[in-house]
Design a protein around this ligand. Sequence first.
Ligand SMILES: Cc1cc2nc3c(=O)[nH]c(=O)nc-3n(C[C@H](O)[C@H](O)[C@H](O)COP(=O)(O)OP(=O)(O)OC[C@H]3O[C@@H](n4cnc5c(N)ncnc54)[C@H](O)[C@@H]3O)c2cc1C
Length: 395
Amino acid sequence: MPQLATKKDCTGCSACKQVCPKHCISMCEDAVGVVLPSIDTSLCIECKACERACPALNAPEFKSPRSSFAAWATDKEIRRISASGGIASAIYKYVADNDGFSIGAVTDDEFRVKIKSFTLQDQDAIRNSKYTFSDAQEIYHMLRPAVKAGDLVVLIGLPCQTAGYRKYLGDHDNVIYIDLICHGVTPNSYLRQHIKSLETQLNIDAHRLSFRAPEKGTANYYFTLYGKDRDILYSKRSADGEKYNLAFHRSYSYRENCYHCHYARRERCSDITIGDYHGLGEMAPCDFSDENVSVILVNTSKGEAFVKRLADSGLIEIHCRPTDEPIKGDLQLQRPSPKTCERIDFEKYIEKYGGDFETAIDKVLLLKARRERITFFRQLPRRIIRKILKMLKLR
Ligand SMILES: Cc1cc2nc3c(=O)[nH]c(=O)nc-3n(C[C@H](O)[C@H](O)[C@H](O)COP(=O)(O)OP(=O)(O)OC[C@H]3O[C@@H](n4cnc5c(N)ncnc54)[C@H](O)[C@@H]3O)c2cc1C
């Protein structure tokens, strides 16, 4: 029987399912909501095509970035409403203007996130970050025909997804692989449970969601639910106690593989990498605002030519930066998200309560608060002594 990647390494990219000649692999949620492949052993002919297609079992080629840019979309409105500099939207516009093919993440009516073909969706739906697992299963069958047609094909996705597409398609002159810097994804069932729980508590009917609401400034990471008429029904951030945000931004609730991520490193397996620009100005002065600025890492000569074409088209503005600056600024370009004690608590509770996100996160936050109280009282005598000594010194 084929030995697919285990939960520690499987990213749920579904490349294994796509290559199975017997269609005997399905992607299913396990007991805690993590999407993993499952093989119907009665149909499997043991050809092992699935093992060969798996980027977790067969490491892709990684390349160190050759240059870094601070960049943003020249369209001010796109820049304002995008997660960072609106580079993804500018790329979509470039691809559309050149009759190309592209893909992106879209949230459906049930708050599942799926990878869709850009040409079938409007810009609004595909823009901005969705901080949850996105399901790429439906896009694969469109990839080979798009590549064969010979037009420009630009595949934007999380690094693990990009690795899956690349393993499936191989390298072609007309295909540009673009990955996002990523610190992990939360199983989508947690997001759906959280929204349902908010709807019940607040007696609201959510129609849309943003993880970085433009109304509040996308850099402030407001988790926002909208009604039918795009009216804001709920909008909170981690500092206000927003539980999904806390679990996501503090790395408590990711898929297990995210803590062992093969792609959270300097070397990339894409032509270009985009993300928020962290650490801007730390290695060289810059004479522009750091608000809504994206980073572009150029990893291949094909990527370099593509960025030049984008800049020449006038859709983006780019500023060359020291290559190491954004890498030093973002831990996700150095190592995977660490397993904190809250993550370990989360793992325990999510198992214990059968994938019930709301109960698990409540327990984790309660335990964290208790731990912090204990630490506070333990450190109190030392703090008092320090304060007294300081006062005595001042005299
Ligand atoms: C789960 C996740 C974690 C991230 N972690 C970091 C990080 O640690 N550091 C950092 O610098 N940047 C991170 N980013 C990237 C960041 O949020 C922005 O997407 C990036 O700066 C590009 O912004 P933009 O303004 O150019 O485009 P945006 O308008 O944000 O466009 C985003 C692009 O990302 C795609 N996308 C959005 N959500 C998903 C998803 N769930 N799965 C696949 N594709 C998706 C969209 O289709 C679009 O192509 C993360 C993104 C995601 C989705």
